[in-house]
Design a protein around this ligand. Structure first.
Ligand code: AMP
Length: 413
């Protein structure tokens, strides 16, 4: 892996325009997943890739995709993604890689947005379409989108697309695509239904993987707080006072997200909620303001926050544990992006026993019985490559003298 990592983007022999865009983006050394995926994809192979979030997965498929578009006068590419936010991030990277003066037209086809703009993007004969399966199907069925010339297909976060019930939509989309095509499939996990999909729709895919997919990035400091349900909010406030930097707090329900954002604002923090019931324009605005650090605390549900890449998120708080253990890993992937440091706090109440046990089993399958974090502090030093170092906490957090400085001073967005 190390030697691969030493590789430079110049070694891939990319088109000058793409090389220039990469230099502009300050991408000089490929991440491990990029070092593996880019040469295989440029050579025309199908790829079945597993990688932790934050590993540079987007550029791993975006770079060969753009190279194919630049080096062929015809043909187009389609990227399927589970959520609108993830789609937007992918589109942003694509536009950066294409550069501001590119003649290659793009279309962004996601649900919850007016049809008009999408129809005019599609009429302009885009060579790159990024979108969510539901809306793409709508266009295919009404004849406003053609995929006959689409020889490059990417499925990103495939496990999540299947979890969200997009299997039938994906099957329908495949019917519109030419059989002769290159397919890149990325997924955080590889359950049976994904393997079945890849057998059916891929041509001798090359398997690539970076790290173990059940491992939380090593540069995240983890804290577990055993707490009663009714004490959580108070503890959250304390934690927010004692930490600096941007925070994402995960909660179970959309209603809970709204309520918590309101309560935190009432208590002097800058906070906004992100969940699937918000109108698209509102979701975009919330994300834009969070990226600009116009507010500090984002309260999110799992689906809305999946795959979000906001480099400055320093802390993830699991206020409610996720319903699905795998989502714990995705949540952790929101912090410590691209090698930065991050921290995570998980509130574990008595009712959470089963969920917590499932998370521990996923993170540490070899442990004999890991259902209870130690009462008197865990391995804070993390000298060993522990998959899930824990620090328990029964009392108050340290350093509350810093309170004043950590309180938000920006106006609520
Ligand atoms: P991703 O896993 O695709 O969401 O990427 C995580 C973050 O790493 C994003 O902020 C990317 O812009 C950044 N990134 C990806 N590849 C590179 C690279 N080769 N050099 C520097 N930063 C990168």
């Amino acid at each position: 892996m190390k030697e691969l990592n030493m590789k430079n983007f110049e070694d891939f022999g990319l088109s000058p325009a793409l090389a220039q865009a990469l230099a502009h983006m300050k991408y000089t050394i490929p991440t491990p997943i990029q070092a593996q995926a880019i040469p295989l994809a440029l050579a025309g192979h199908d790829i079945m890739g597993t990688a932790q979030t934050g590993t540079g997965k987007t550029a791993a498929f975006a770079i060969p995709l753009i190279e194919k578009l630049l080096s062929n006068p015809t043909g187009s590419a389609l990227v399927l993604t589970p959520t609108r936010e993830l789609g937007k991030q992918i589109m942003d990277i694509m536009h950066q890689l294409l550069g501001p003066k590119s003649p290659i037209k793009t279309a962004f086809i996601i649900g919850g947005e007016p049809m008009g703009k999408q129809l005019s993007q599609l009429q302009a004969r885009p060579r790159l379409i990024v979108g969510t399966p539901g809306r793409i199907n709508d266009h295919l069925e009404r004849g406003s989108m053609m995929l006959r010339e689409t020889h490059f297909l990417v499925l990103d976060e495939t496990d999540r697309m299947l979890d969200m019930g997009f299997t039938i939509q994906l099957e329908k989309i495949f019917k519109f695509l030419p059989a002769e095509r290159q397919t890149l499939m990325f997924s955080a996990t590889l359950p049976k239904n994904i393997l079945k999909l890849s057998e059916k729709y891929m041509n001798n895919p090359q398997r690539i993987a970076v790290g173990e997919t059940n491992v939380v990035a090593q540069n995240i400091k983890q804290d577990v707080i055993r707490i009663e349900q009714d004490q959580k909010y108070k503890e959250l406030m304390q934690q927010l006072y004692d930490r600096s930097g941007s925070v994402i707090v995960f909660v179970k329900t959309k209603f809970g997200a709204d309520r918590m954002a309101t309560n935190l604002r009432r208590d002097g923090f800058t906070s906004e909620a992100l969940h699937g019931d918000l109108r698209q324009t509102k979701r975009d605005k919330v994300m834009q303001n969070f990226r600009k650090q116009n507010f500090r605390i984002l309260i999110a549900t799992d689906i809305a926050a999946r795959g979000l890449d906001v480099p400055h998120i320093e802390h993830v708080v699991n206020y409610d544990l996720p319903q699905v253990a795998e989502d714990f890993i995705h949540r952790m992937g929101r912090t410590a992006r691209a090698g930065a440091q991050g921290s995570a706090i998980s509130f574990v109440s008595q009712q959470d026993g089963r969920k917590w046990h499932a998370i521990e089993r996923l993170l540490n399958p070899d442990a004999p019985s890991a259902s209870h974090p130690p009462r008197n502090g865990g391995d804070k030093s993390r000298k060993k490559p522990a998959r899930f170092a824990r620090t328990d906490k029964n009392s108050k957090p340290q350093s509350s003298g810093k309170k004043r400085f950590y309180r938000d001073n920006k106006k609520a967005a």
